[in-house]
Structure formats: C-alpha cells, structure tokens
Design a protein around this ligand. Structure first.
Ligand code: NAP
Length: 299
C-alpha cells in the first residue's frame, strides 16, 4: 500500500467506487514538473513533436501535449510534414531532432499516413529521447528491467493505481489487449518485482473472456471495443481501468460500460478524463527524465 492508500479521501462515483481522476493527477504531475524545472533555474527542457499528415485527432493530441508541456515549464518544438511526405523526408526530420542537443524528447505522432514505415522512423530515435518508449531498444530495456523510457499509456495506468492506493502485490490482474503500445508493456509493468501482481494477457482469441475478467482484482481494458466490459465482467471491489477509445455516433466511448461498472467496482477511471490525460503526464515526466539522462538537467 502507498501513502495514498486512504481510499476514504477520494471522490466516489454515485455507485460508491473511487473515481480514479486522470485529469486531477495529470494536473498534479504537471505542477510538480513545473516546480522542479523552476527550482533548477529553468534550464530548457525540450519536447519535440512530429506530425505527418492531417489526421484530426492526431492534431488535437499533439496540440494538447504542447499545451501541457508549456504548463510544465517545458519548451516544445514542432515539425509538421504533409500527408504526401516521403519516407526519406520523415526520417530526415527525425534524424535532425535526434542529433540536436537542445531536444530531449521526440514524439512521432502515430499512426503515420499509409505507406510510411513507422518502425523505420522510430528506430532513428535514440533511447534517451524515446519518450514514448516504443522503440525496440526501449522495449528491450523494459523486458530486461533496465533503466529506460516506459510507454506512456501503461505507465499512466501504474501511476493511477499508485495514486489511488490500489494495492498490486499479490493481486490478480487481467489486461485486455496485447499491443506493443499498451497491453504488452502493461503486463510487464504489473508483473514487475515490487509491483508483484499476477497478470493475465487477454486478447480476441481468449476463450471465456468474461470468466477470465471476473477473476481480476485489477482489470485494464485496452481493446478498442466500445463498452466491451460490462458489470458482469467485474469482480466486486476490483479496480477497472479504461484505456480504449472508440469514436461512435454517440461520441467518444471507452471499453468500459462506466455507468454499470461503477456500481460493482471498487475503483474506476472515467472516460474521458482517465487514462488519456495520464498518457500526456507520463510523456512529460519521461521528457524530464530524458533531459536528465542527457545531462541537460541536474540529476
Ligand atoms: P490495437 O493494436 O488495435 O490492439 C487491440 C488489442 O485488443 C488486440 O490485442 C486485440 O486482440 C484485442 N481485442 C480487440 N477486440 C477484442 C475483444 N473483443 N476481446 C478481447 N480482446 C480484443 O490497439 P491499441 O493500440 O493497443 O489500443 C487499444 C485501445 O486503446 C484503442 O481504442 C486506442 O485508441 C486506445 N488508446 C488509448 C490511449 C489513451 O491514452 N487512453 C493510448 C493508446 C491507445 P488481437 O491481438 O487478438 O487482435
């Protein structure tokens, strides 16, 4: 249990579950980063974003990241290329940022337009600047328990669990989804020594998904299937974390049927306002860590 384990202190949903408020925790983290950078004499800590094409949600994500970087007293630099950019142009832009000593984190907003090889672009990001934690070198470090950047969305989930006093040691966890962006690193983080949950990785071929989920003390839904997790998937008292984002006629919908699940769960994230803001908060924390690794910020 952490110092924040007094669940009584937290806001609850109408059904009595603790509301794991990602906006609130993001704001706390951004304020802490601002205080840390200011106290160090405001050295320049720079996050570079690369946007290729005109995908509207991607543009909004990038804008939000830049806005929060500014609130954290960080500088951002933005490179934008048209949807018809050639592979070589995108690689050239990332190479420039990789070799620029004034840049401490590089975020290539995914997905890239069709026809571009995202893996080849990500490979160009040095591990210290790989603040999204998505390159094979960062992933390898995570698997081997070596220091490095951890992917922001699963890291944000871990921060929420910690902040809201959800115990992990000795618990059963189920993660729905096995992508390298979310599900796989999530399993590694939950099973790490010191965290000590026993995670199960579920996916579209998992038989009896509902029964598997009912075993979970911690359930992380990252499938991208609107309202997949209904109340009867949830063990009473479990912590349920919604990562999924589906754009439907009703607007943006998560993987969790929030209204029903909050009646059963012990703690639950809202959607929006749960894991999304935490992804940005962790990106900024990784950027400051990157500046430290590069010797551009006091250790
Ligand atoms: P992805 O690469 O499409 O992976 C989805 C995973 O879910 C796959 O492993 C898939 O299984 C599994 N899955 C799909 N339908 C399922 C079902 N009915 N039952 C069980 N498993 C199922 O997606 P992703 O990149 O991991 O993203 C997942 C979701 O999170 C998306 O909605 C994405 O928009 C959202 N997201 C949110 C944030 C955030 O900050 N909140 C960040 C990143 C992503 P198979 O492997 O068998 O196909």
């Amino acid at each position: 249990m952490t110092e924040h384990s007094q669940l009584d202190d937290f806001e609850r949903t109408g059904g009595g579950a603790v509301l794991m408020d990602g906006n609130r925790l993001r704001d706390e983290i951004v304020a802490e980063l601002n205080a840390e950078i200011t106290a160090a004499g405001s050295p320049e800590v720079c996050l570079a974003t690369v946007l290729v094409g005109d995908d509207k949600p991607s543009r909004i994500y990038v804008r939000n990241k830049q806005r929060k970087a500014a609130e954290a007293a960080m500088v951002s630099r933005h490179v934008e290329l048209g949807a018809d950019a050639a592979q070589g142009e995108v690689e050239e832009a990332v190479r420039d940022l990789a070799s620029n000593p004034g840049v401490h984190g590089i975020l290539v907003q995914l997905p890239l337009p069709e026809g571009l090889d995202a893996d080849a672009v990500l490979e160009l990001i040095p591990p210290e600047k790989d603040v999204d934690g998505l390159t094979p070198r960062s992933m390898g470090r995570l698997v081997r328990g070596q220091p490095g950047h951890v992917p922001c969305t699963p890291l944000g989930v871990m921060r929420l669990l910690d902040r809201y006093g959800v115990p992990t040691s000795g618990t059963r966890a189920v993660v729905i989804g096995r992508s390298t962006l979310v599900g796989l690193p999530q399993i590694l983080l939950l099973g790490r020594k010191g965290v000590d949950a026993t995670p199960t990785l579920a996916h579209s071929r998992t038989p009896e998904l509902q029964a598997v989920c009912q075993q979970a003390d911690i359930l992380v839904a990252a499938a991208g299937m609107a309202r997949l997790v209904t109340a009867d998937y949830v063990k009473p008292g479990a912590a349920v974390i919604d990562v999924g984002i589906s754009r439907t006629a009703d607007g943006i919908v998560g993987d969790v049927d929030f209204d029903a699940v909050q009646e059963v769960a012990g703690a639950v994230t809202p959607m929006p306002g749960g894991t999304g803001p935490m992804t940005i908060a962790c990106l900024l924390q990784n950027t400051l860590a990157g500046a430290r690794m590069l010797g551009a910020f006091p250790a």
